[in-house]
Design a protein around this ligand. Structure first.
Ligand code: MN
Length: 446
């Protein structure tokens, strides 16, 4: 069901791109994520590149310069997709083409590739420094869905609102989700304007239309649909992973005061749709192969998933060991050169449902998923207090404020606060890979 571990994951491979060989880089040659970039000192159109170390490999230029002549035929089709301004075309390619491309790129970039000095010099001209490019949204995201798959998050949030009955009866049967908004998804680094909306600061009084006071982040992981399904068709669990192109970090910004007033009975609406940030690079499912782990182990008394959501392969390898960190930096901290403070560490492997189960459930009514659609995990929280993936949980709805290193207190986000999310996969005997950062600064309401 998942990708095989192969030559491209070999921890002993280094690259002739020296910055890819440091132990702390997110982007060693074993990762090879995709991004859409526009070079600063060039008139070239935005295009798809591959991130390696601190560089972006301009695949289209290498092709035009005649440097990819030993790429296999299936790999060359994917090369041409790098001339697009989004990943959507590439996302429709099947697993065989994408794997062939990854293997060809890995062989091209490895330090023992055996390139002549002249060829290596020409290849180096196809590398664009990350600081010499703008990264854009990787895909045209038609539809965005957000799940709610951390049982720890759901239990925490549920117990604030319904202390006697935190987890609703459907939770252990259905990967709960809601339809988000594709048009307001922005790439990391985009400022987030505090939204206005209906809030009810005084429970005895009618609501008012005002700037959100309880702005929050949610640490999530998103998955891009690759090949879709036809309207009316479903996706069996055994084939689910073939439909997932790759993953990124997601910050599902949330206006808690708007949310608590509007969410009944149809779920979140304007409390979420004003902005969602994503990290700029897509880590492919193949790159994640060494980091697959068993799905969440359910308590013995929990119901088994219904048959369409259950398989041996999903149980043994459907999870992903991806450690997630959230940092906060206030404007006063930045002015005093205080480093961002870590708020939480959690892990994607603690989700109650796997990405494959989310996808299968999404398509189980015949809803057609399309290349470039994004679905996110929901806030990734763990059992411990230090593993809570949003301020709502960390400050328990504002009742237990956090103290920042310079003495400032936070219940929710202030204007000027920057939220920084990071993600990294590690496993003994393999090279660690990372997701880069998902950042956003809160700016004042209009
Ligand atoms: Mn969310």
């Amino acid at each position: 069901m998942t990708h095989e571990i192969n030559e491209t994951h070999d921890p002993n491979i280094n690259s002739w791109v020296e910055s890819a060989n440091t132990s702390d880089t997110d982007f060693p040659i074993q990762n090879l994520p995709f991004g859409v970039f526009r070079q600063h000192d060039s008139n070239a159109a935005a295009r798809v590149g591959i991130v390696i170390g601190t560089e972006i490999f301009d695949v289209a230029k290498a092709y035009d310069d005649g440097l990819l002549d030993d790429f296999t035929t299936p790999a060359v089709q994917v090369v041409l997709d790098c001339k697009q301004t989004s990943l959507n075309k590439m996302m429709t390619r099947d697993k065989e083409h994408l794997s062939a491309f990854r293997l060809s790129v890995s062989r091209l970039l490895r330090s023992d590739a055996g390139h002549s000095a002249e060829r290596l010099a020409a290849l180096r001209l196809c590398m664009v420094g990350m600081d010499n490019a703008d990264v854009l949204l990787t895909a045209e995201i038609g539809d965005y869905t957000d799940f709610y798959c951390s049982i720890f998050h759901a239990t925490n949030v549920g117990s604030m609102f319904r202390p006697d009955n935190p987890l609703l009866p459907n939770y252990k049967y259905i990967p709960i989700g809601y339809h988000g908004r594709g048009s307001s998804i922005v790439v990391s680094g985009t400022n987030i304007k505090r939204p206005h909306g209906q809030i009810r600061p005084d429970a005895e009084q009618p609501p008012v239309y005002a700037a959100c006071k309880n702005l929050d982040y949610e640490m999530e992981v998103g998955f891009f649909i690759g090949t879709g399904n036809e309207l009316g068709e479903t996706i069996p669990l055994e084939r689910a992973e073939e439909h997932i192109f790759g993953a990124c970090l997601v910050n599902d910004w949330s206006a808690r005061d708007m949310q608590s007033w509007e969410y009944q009975p149809l779920g979140p609406f304007l409390a979420k749709s004003f902005a969602t940030s994503v990290s700029p690079y897509v880590v492919t499912m193949e790159a994640l192969a060494p980091f697959r782990v068993p799905a969440f182990e359910r308590d013995a008394e929990d119901p088994r998933p219904l048959p369409y959501l259950a398989s041996e392969a999903n149980q043994t390898g459907g999870g992903i060991n991806l450690e997630l960190e959230v940092y906060l930096s206030s404007s006063r901290m930045r002015e005093s050169d205080i480093a961002p403070v870590k708020l939480s560490t959690s892990n994607l492997r603690d989700l109650y449902w796997t990405p494959a189960q989310m996808l299968v459930h999404h398509a189980s009514n015949g809803c057609n998923l399309q290349a470039g659609d994004l679905f996110a995990s929901g806030t990734v929280s763990g059992k411990e207090k230090s593993e809570r993936g949003c301020l709502l949980e960390l400050t328990w709805r504002g009742s237990e404020p956090l103290t920042l290193p310079n003495g400032e207190e936070r219940r929710f986000l202030n204007d000027g606060d920057e939220v920084i999310m990071r993600g990294r996969c590690s496993r003994e005997g393999y090279k660690s890979i990372g997701f880069g950062e998902c950042r956003g600064i809160v700016t004042p309401a209009a």
